[in-house]
Design a protein around this ligand. Structure first.
Ligand SMILES: [Zn+2]
Ligand SMILES: [Zn+2]
Length: 280
C-alpha cells in the first residue's frame, strides 16, 4: 500500500492516459494518488472518474515549472477547486507562452537560414513543455549541428542569436497563484534543487509555501532526513511521490515505489481548510 502524490499523464509529458495512470497505480497497490501534470489540470476529471470506479482516492493536482534563476524549482498545487477560473486561465496563458517562445526560436533559426520546422520541435517535445533542448534536438535531427552542445554554443545560449527569454514566472508567483486559487502549494523534489535554490526555501515559506516533497526517488536518505527536519521546523505538510511519467518516458519510475506518509492526504486537506479560514 502506498500514497503517490506526484505523477504525470499524457495531459502533459507522461506516456499514459489519465485513466491508465490510475489503473497502473491501482495495480501497484497505491491507495491515494495525485495527478500533477505540468501547467494543466485537463487530465483530472478523467482520472477522477477512473479512480472512483476502482475505489482509489484521487487528489487533483498540478505542477508549475518556474524560472531557473535558482535552478530547477517546481511547485506542486493540490486541491485547487474546479471553479478557480482565474487559475485555469493562468495555466492556459503559461502553456501558450511556451508555445509562442518555441515558435519564436524556430523563426529566428529559420531567418538565420537553418532548415528546421516547428512541427519537428513539437514532435520532439511530445506534448510536454517546449524548452531549448527540444529545439536543440530538432537542429541535430535536421543536420544543422552535430550535437545538442553545439546547438547551444552557436545559437541557443542565453543571449544567443536564436535565444528568446521566457516570460518571467517565479517560484513565488507560483506559490501565490496556488494560494489565491484556494489550493495548497508544495515544493516538489527539493533535493533536485541547486544549493542556491535550497537557500530559497525559507523565503518560499514566508511567501506561503505549505508543504515539502520529502520522499522522492532521487532523494538520498540524508536528503529525506534533512527535509523532514525542515518540514517539522516550519510546520509544513510532508508529502512524497514518484514523479512517474509512464513506460518509455525519460522518467520511467515505477508508480507507487515511493510513498508519502500515511495521513498525507488528510494533512493537505486540513491545510486547505486552515488557509480558507485564514482568508475569511
Ligand atoms: Zn518537477
Ligand atoms: Zn513532476
Amino acid at each position: 500500500m502506498s500514497i503517490d502524490l506526484h505523477v504525470h499523464s499524457n495531459a502533459s509529458d507522461g506516456t499514459l492516459s489519465p485513466a491508465a495512470v490510475v489503473e497502473a497505480a491501482r495495480a501497484a497497490g497505491v491507495t491515494a494518488l495525485a495527478l500533477t501534470d505540468h501547467d494543466t489540470m485537463d487530465g483530472v476529471s478523467e482520472a477522477m472518474a477512473a479512480a472512483e470506479a476502482l475505489g482509489l482516492e484521487l487528489v487533483p493536482g498540478v505542477e508549475l515549472n518556474t524560472d531557473r534563476t535558482w535552478g530547477e524549482v517546481h511547485i506542486l498545487g493540490y486541491f485547487i477547486p474546479p471553479d478557480a477560473s482565474g487559475f485555469y486561465e493562468l495555466l492556459a496563458r503559461r502553456r501558450e507562452a511556451r508555445v509562442r517562445r518555441g515558435e519564436k526560436m524556430v523563426q529566428r533559426l529559420q531567418e538565420l537560414g537553418l532548415r528546421i520546422s516547428f512541427d519537428d520541435v513539437l514532435r520532439i517535445a511530445n506534448g510536454g513543455a517546449i524548452t531549448r533542448p527540444h529545439v536543440a534536438r530538432a537542429l541535430v535531427e535536421a543536420g544543422c549541428v552535430a550535437s545538442i552542445e553545439e546547438a547551444f554554443a552557436r545559437y541557443l545560449y542565453t543571449g544567443g542569436p536564436a535565444y528568446v527569454p521566457r516570460e518571467p514566472f517565479s517560484a513565488f508567483d507560483a506559490v501565490r497563484a496556488i494560494l489565491d486559487a484556494g489550493g495548497v502549494p508544495v515544493l516538489a523534489h527539493p533535493g533536485r534543487m541547486s544549493e542556491e535554490g535550497k537557500k530559497l526555501i525559507p523565503e518560499l515559506i514566508e511567501h506561503g509555501l505549505q508543504g515539502l516533497e520529502c520522499y522522492y526517488p532521487e532523494h538520498t536518505p540524508e536528503d529525506t532526513e534533512h527535509f523532514l527536519a525542515l518540514a517539522a521546523k516550519y510546520d509544513l505538510v510532508v508529502t512524497g511521490g514518484t514523479d512517474a511519467h509512464g513506460p518509455g518516458s525519460t522518467h520511467d519510475r515505477r508508480i507507487g515505489s515511493v510513498s508519502a506518509p500515511p495521513g498525507a492526504v488528510e494533512a493537505l486537506r486540513e491545510r486547505q481548510a486552515r488557509l480558507a479560514r485564514g482568508r475569511r
